[in-house]
Design a protein around this ligand. Sequence first.
Ligand SMILES: Cc1ncc(COP(=O)(O)O)c(C=O)c1O
Length: 401
Amino acid sequence: MALSASSGSALPLDRIRLETPGVDHVLHFNNAGSALPPQAVLDTVVGHLQREATIGGYEAADEARERLDAVYDSLARLIGAKAEQLAVVENATRAWDMAVYGYPFQAGDRVLTVRAEYVSNVIALLQLRERFGIEVVLIEDDDDGQIDLAHLETELERGAAMVSMTHAPTNGGLINPAEQVGELCERYDTFYVLDACQSAGQVPLDVGRIKCDVLSGTGRKYLRGPRGTGFLYAGPRALERIEPPFLDLHAAEWTDADSYEIRSDAKRFENWETNYAGKLGLGAAVDYALDLGVDATSARLVALGARLRTELDAVAGVSVHDKGPDRGGIVTFAADGVPSDDLNAQLRAESINTSTSPASHARLDLPHRGLPTLVRASVHYYNTDDEIDRFVAAVKRLTSS
Ligand SMILES: Cc1ncc(COP(=O)(O)O)c(C=O)c1O
């Protein structure tokens, strides 16, 4: 029986593809890098740039004030938060940094993290270890490859200031059990930071259920927004505890010659100057995702990812390396005798977009599993079964000696 990921899908796939101009030009399996945006996002960004050029940047921002405010409402709906708990920033890294570098760590504080933690987060934690003497504790994977919840509980019992976990890693299909981790963090009253950069738009997110204090996300990946956009959710404890590592006249008010007051909402993590066109484009992307319904788009991309894994695994000499009981649209693999960078380049030459995951992006994971650089093929709901067939045929051709 031929596997088909799209059968039974309630999504209007024909319309979705018509609204995605890039699909006429590339077979895009690099959604974990930066997804093809829908036309609505493109029109919003270009439209605002045109207004800036026509009437002036500040004036265009004033004109778009209500639509700019609505971006926060859209993000709030996406993750089940309140608008005042959201900041719109340049990217997921900056969002995460603003919270974690602002956290009032004391020497000896233990931060629990995972093998799937994003490279930049680990670098930051190592720098914080040097600066403040925090201890960074690695929670092991369980036999299925997701965070080992029993190990997490043992370390939480010993006491920890923070759990920092990446929901969906850059280098594989794993979706970590964010809600179960949230339950444990609540039980042990531990501050919980969730990197949802790859999971925002990929799987449904609800901060009330996840019970995280901080959540960081990006615009350009599974949300299909513009590059250079990201967002930060700061829950009540985060707003209570965290002072941004830097302030400006947007994050704080200069109340007297030698005093200032930090604003009370999450916009304290933003800065004054920003990419307004990008911000509006992010809002358009979130609205597009909400209109389609993340439950439906997620079900489709999960099915496409599962089918791609099965088909690739059947290719002689190709091995798929995703782990975890719950997997999304990121598929990573290696081919015997063909370095992943070469295969990635050969695919690119055929207008097939993938990327690679080297050890330097996942030092707690890939070397631990004895794996080389992997090819990362990340599917989205707008991809098709036909594209999977074409992709697998190309991999077969390029890897057969
Ligand atoms: C899991 C994860 N977290 C964070 C980031 C950083 O996101 P950004 O480039 O928007 O800062 C990435 C980027 O690939 C990622 O995969």
